[in-house]
Design a protein around this ligand. Structure first.
Ligand code: PLP
Length: 636
């Protein structure tokens, strides 16, 4: 387990159990041993149609853990509750979940439900997000905020005002100065008095990747002059009392409390100034930024790590606001945060299967020994000299010299091959020989490629797009020392569909030999952790791999210690085709007619119907009755 640093990034939710499997502690540190959920048992139950009650869902699989989500939400609220109490702060914390982090219906509904005791609300950044937030919050706490961020047109503003007329505690946050006229116009037209917030463009700059839009030249928010213009304009139309909230967001994954204190302190001054100018200020909304320690180092020295915990985060916010307000004699505001990443990252685990791995063993016709004899004859003089020098260095055990000659010999042979002077068998034999010598002298622990049933572009897009690293590790066999170093290669036909950077700066992952020598058959399961935020909504359709199956798994006192409370397979081939404007029904009819014209037989028609119906990912061999039991037309 140490190899994967699970105690660093996984605590208090993930650990390795006595069976050598990753287990989930659904209630964090207060989880009792018998309440732990063994992830391998979840995989078995979800994917194996032969296991008792097995669901037969194909992998990859997202395991959602609502208990973990609840625990995150409660921990965030109790951290603020504690900070408010211990600092004698004169108001309270009342957060919102930014639905952009993961708009999945069940996640948003869970958050609203779990958040009822805390008046927890939602944040939306677009019209569809606002619609979903409105309908979910209809079952939320009446005081929960509905924060409307993002660029707004007339329709967005009108919808937000309608939300207020439905008695949802809606705040329209001005992202640009021009939005004010739209808000004033629509509020008059609809006869709804708005609650207005404004997003300040702070001078405080977050220097990491996620802070590239912060600072004076940042993309979002109002600068000092624009803030003043908004206040004056509202006063002129007798609506300054509508301005009640100040918002800022300096970027996700804030690395340190010192940067946080800087940002909150600056915003608190703006808040106090707005109060001085006569606005009816009540809330300071500190945006997102509460980070996740992806690499488990707790150092805060890179985008992958943060140097604080929830309690320290909350204490920093409370102190910074309290300090500014006390000095200016301003009433303490309600503290709101839009923490998304910190809320949902832990609650979902992506599980995928290695189907095969590349082998060290020389392959191809005949053994290396047999091929080498004639290989030598074919080699040019200088390559033959490299070969002899390599062997002599190997006998003397000279590591550095061996590496040198391996490089040289390989390069020379590739040049010969490119010139058409060396056959494929000879090139393969030289490669195999070099690998064997390298392995014998310990020059390299060769890195194998594990072919995994996954699309990085669909399931871990930030890895590809912004080089974000997530913890990845096998979820079983952790009582055995892994004997191989591997990189992961996904199913897409794209060279970027490869994972060869891992947390802690490693370029390979310690992995176990696959049973059966890695040639195929799968059965080796890995998990990607902390990916519950952003990945699902950002994920694309490269090669038309639709999306993983999903199961919801909650703690239960039954024999397994868990219950599957929801399950859905990922999109079928027909579904993903439809998403790109193809019409599977028409495609099927066309191919069916062609099959009839060519008298291809019923088996082909059944097979075609099954193909539209099936998952784009690799599935285990299809049972005969599963194919022919399908009624071609009906499945589509
Ligand atoms: N609020 C706003 C305005 C954002 O742009 C974001 C995301 O970048 C968030 C909240 C969520 O941030 P985080 O996931 O860091 O909590």
């Amino acid at each position: 387990a140490d190899l994967y640093k699970i105690d660093g990034w996984g605590a208090p939710y993930f650990s390795v159990n006595a069976s050598g499997n990753v287990s989930v502690r659904p209630f964090g540190a207060s989880t009792l041993p018998h309440q732990e959920i063994d992830l391998m048992k979840v995989v078995k139950k979800s994917s194996d149609p032969k296991s008792v009650g097995g669901l037969g869902l194909p992998l990859p699989l997202i395991v959602r853990l609502p208990d973990v989500l609840r625990h995150r939400l409660e921990s965030l609220n109790s951290a603020f509750e504690f900070a408010v109490q211990s600092h004698g702060y004169g108001s309270w914390y009342q957060g919102v979940y930014p639905v952009k982090c993961n708009q999945d219906r069940f996640i948003v509904e869970d958050i609203v439900r779990f958040g009822l005791p805390f008046r927890f609300g939602l944040e939306a950044g677009s019209k569809p997000e606002l619609l979903l937030a409105m309908s979910c919050l209809a079952k939320g706490h009446p005081d929960a905020f509905l924060v409307c961020n993002g660029y707004k047109d007339e329709e967005y503003v009108a919808l937000a005002l309608m939300a207020r007329s439905l008695d949802l505690n809606t705040v329209i946050v001005l992202e640009q100065e021009e939005e004010l006229d739209v808000v004033i116009g629509n509020s008059r037209r609809l006869g709804v008095r708005p609650v207005i917030g404004l997003r300040a463009k702070l001078r405080t700059k977050h220097s990491g990747h996620f802070g590239s839009t912060s600072g004076e030249k940042g993309k979002f928010g109002l600068n000092t002059a624009q803030i003043l213009n908004v206040a004056r304009k509202l006063q002129a139309v007798d609506m300054l009392d509508c301005l009640q909230l100040l918002h800022f967001h300096i970027g996700s994954q804030i690395p340190s409390t010192s940067l946080l204190a800087d940002g909150v302190g600056e915003a608190a001054q703006i808040y106090c100034e707005l109060a001085r100018l006569g606005a009816n200020m009540r809330v300071i909304d500190i945006g997102g930024g509460l980070g996740i320690d992806y690499d488990g180092s707790h150092s805060g020295e890179s985008d992958m790590s943060i140097g604080y915990n929830l309690d320290e985060y909350a204490a920093t916010v409370v102190q910074a606001v309290q300090y500014a307000c006390d000095r200016r004699g301003v009433r303490h505001p309600i503290l709101c945060s839009e923490s998304g990443r910190a809320l949902v990252s832990h609650h979902s685990v992506l599980i995928f299967e290695a189907k095969s791995s590349t082998s060290f063993e020389p392959s191809g016709p005949g053994s290396v020994g047999a091929n080498l004899a004639y290989s030598l004859d074919e080699l040019a003089d200088d390559a033959r000299a490299d070969y002899r020098n390599l062997m002599a260095a190997a006998v003397r055990g000279e590591y550095e010299t061996c590496c040198l000659y391996i490089d040289q010999l390989k390069r020379r042979c590739v040049d010969l091959f490119k010139d058409g002077l060396l056959g494929l068998e000879h090139l393969a034999a030289v490669d195999a020989l070099c690998d064997i010598v390298a392995k014998e002298i310990g020059a390299s622990r060769p890195v194998r490629t594990y072919h995994v049933n996954l699309s990085l572009f669909t399931s871990i897009p930030d890895y590809w797009a912004i080089e974000q690293l997530f913890p990845v590790m096998p979820i079983h066999r952790l009582d055995q020392r892994p004997g191989v170093d591997g990189v992961l290669s996904d199913l897409t036909c794209d060279s970027d569909g490869k994972m060869n950077k891992f947390i802690g700066g490693a370029t390979s992952l310690p992995l176990h030999e696959m049973s059966g020598g890695g040639g195929g058959g799968g059965g080796y399961y890995l998990g990607m952790f902390l990916g519950g935020a952003y990945q699902e909504a950002l994920g694309g359709m490269h090669n038309l791999f639709g999306g993983p199956s999903v199961v919801r798994v909650s703690h239960s006192e039954g024999p397994h210690g868990f219950a599957v409370t929801g399950a859905a397979p990922g999109p079928s081939c027909a579904d993903v085709l439809r998403a790109m404007q193809h019409e599977p029904e028409i495609m099927f009819e066309l191919l069916k007619r062609r099959a009839e014209d060519y008298e291809a037989g019923d088996g082909v028609v059944c097979g075609l119907a099954h193909a539209f119906h099936s998952m784009p990912y690799l599935v285990s061999a299809v049972a005969e009755d599963a194919v022919c039991g399908v009624d071609g037309g009906a499945v589509l």
